[in-house]
Design a protein around this ligand. Structure first.
Ligand SMILES: *Cc1c(COP(=O)(O)O)cnc(C)c1O
Length: 451
């Protein structure tokens, strides 16, 4: 443990203020409910109109997407994933954790998102598209009313080849930005952290993306990408730590989810609470989705984030109120996790500050559990997710079983019999079969009976 001061206090002094810090630094799993969670809707600099604007931009691009990514043709170029009941998994969780959890458990299958098989296909692709649109409009090559399929023409590719895009990533954002940018014709540089899996780098190189490997963690990879872009006026930097575009791209999921819930006859209102569990890395993905859901469902939706015990960055940021001024390393935590999508030591300050009163709570999960859950989900539902994407599954267990969870239910008078629980399955669609097999075997080996 380090002796240096964190914003003027030692770790012990922080732990006196927030006793759960003892559990965090010991890498124990914990469930934290947000003491400043506020039910009144707050004004912020982003609003529902920003969300609609992002949705409309994606609709303008849909004919182009359908043309260049034929797997999206069936949905007319909309990049969206299914929402499905997983009752076998729900039963299995109840058995393993010896509890009854009423209501309905659903999986949001972002692992099945077209193009890049993870939640990053929302924010990442949206950000590249808005940049491309801005460029061609500035150069009078396109107006909003045009049929955007023409962006697939050679002349546009040639135009885009004068520009480049850079991003820092633990893997999945790089895939999403890389694939989309290369398709449009941009030059792309992806700065990968040491956690990034080899197959992700290989795949990107195959697509013509320049992959720059860093021996350091995510925050440093982002810093390097930012530095590179600052030196080149024709280079656009996708800033995973503070991009509003990424955030709004993610948030569009909420509008689509509302429709999917209606189609399933799942009500969300005073008597029918919606609880959503989202794996969290830097915070943009889960934050964007939360922002969108709150715009639509207000107090009737409750969003919980999940982080690895070795990377509880958003948890420390929110708990201490220091946001991006604190890293897990400051608290002597190593940020080493198999959940590569969540291996982030310093949270987004932009997301933390925007949502500090909007996020209901955060819990942490051990890596071993991620693999166990991976295998259980595969066995019960035939769904294959990557380790990061399993973090959401302990949410309903904590809510129903822990004292904090029970207090939360009581305080907000949630009628749990009518609850809809949505676990956000954030990725897995691009994982090669061989890798997935290893994950599966790993989860099979160490299965515990739960606590
Ligand atoms: C990126 C990612 C997340 C978390 O998104 P952040 O924006 O980093 O918080 C969760 N799961 C997977 C699989 C991811 O790739």
């Amino acid at each position: 443990m380090t002796d240096s001061l964190i914003n003027g206090k030692t770790i012990l002094q922080w732990a006196e203020l927030f006793p759960q810090i003892h559990d965090i630094t010991r890498l124990n799993e914990l469930f934290w409910t947000n003491p400043i969670y506020q039910t009144a809707r707050r004004q912020s600099f982003l609003s529902f109109s920003d969300l609609k604007d992002a949705e409309e931009r994606l609709a303008r691009f849909a004919p182009y997407i359908a043309k260049v990514f034929p797997e999206t043709e069936r949905d007319n170029g909309m990049i969206e994933s299914p929402l499905v009941p997983i009752s076998n998994m729900q039963n299995r969780l109840q058995e393993i954790y010896q509890l009854d959890f009423p209501g309905r458990l659903l999986l949001k299958c972002d692992n099945d998102l077209p193009i890049s098989g993870s939640i990053k296909a929302r924010g990442g692709i949206y950000e590249v598209l808005q940049f491309a649109e801005r460029l061609v409009m500035e150069h009078d090559l396109l107006v909003k009313e045009d049929h955007y399929a023409k962006l697939a023409d050679k002349e546009f590719q040639t135009f885009f080849s004068n520009y480049s895009i850079a991003v820092g990533s633990t893997g999945n954002l790089g895939l999403s930005i890389g694939i989309m940018s290369a398709k449009l014709g941009f030059k792309v540089y992806v700065h990968m952290s040491a956690d990034a899996k080899k197959w992700k780098k290989d795949l990107l190189r195959e697509k013509g993306v320049v992959v720059i490997e860093h021996a350091s963690d995510f925050s440093e990879a982002v810093a390097q990408g930012r530095k590179q872009a600052e030196q080149d006026p024709n280079m656009y930097f996708v800033d995973d730590e503070s991009s509003e575009h990424l955030f709004l791209g993610y948030s569009v999921a909420a509008i689509r989810l509302k429709k999917q819930l209606e189609e399933m006859n799942r009500k969300v209102n005073e008597e029918h609470p919606l609880l959503v569990y989202l794996p969290c890395g830097v915070g943009g993905g889960p934050g964007g989705v939360t922002f969108g859901l709150k715009q639509i469902f207000g107090n009737h939706v409750h969003c919980f984030f999940a982080e690895p015990t070795h990377s509880p960055s958003m948890l420390l940021g929110l708990m201490t109120g220091l946001h991006d001024k604190v890293s897990v390393q400051d608290f002597g935590i190593d940020n080493q996790t198999e959940a590569d999508g969540l291996a982030v030591g310093r949270p987004s300050g932009f997301v933390g500050k925007l949502l500090e009163k909007v996020i209901s709570g955060i819990y942490t999960i051990e890596d071993d559990k991620l693999f166990e859950l991976l295998t259980i989900l595969a066995d019960t539902e035939g769904k294959l997710l990557e380790p990061s994407a399993l973090a959401g599954f302990l949410g309903p267990v904590h809510i129903e079983k822990s004292d904090q969870g029970k207090d939360y239910i009581k305080k907000h008078q949630l009628n749990m019999k009518n609850a809809t629980h949505i676990v956000w399955g954030t990725g897995g669609g691009m994982v090669p079969d061989q890798e997935m097999k290893k994950y599966y075997e790993k989860g099979k080996g160490g299965r515990s009976s739960g606590k």
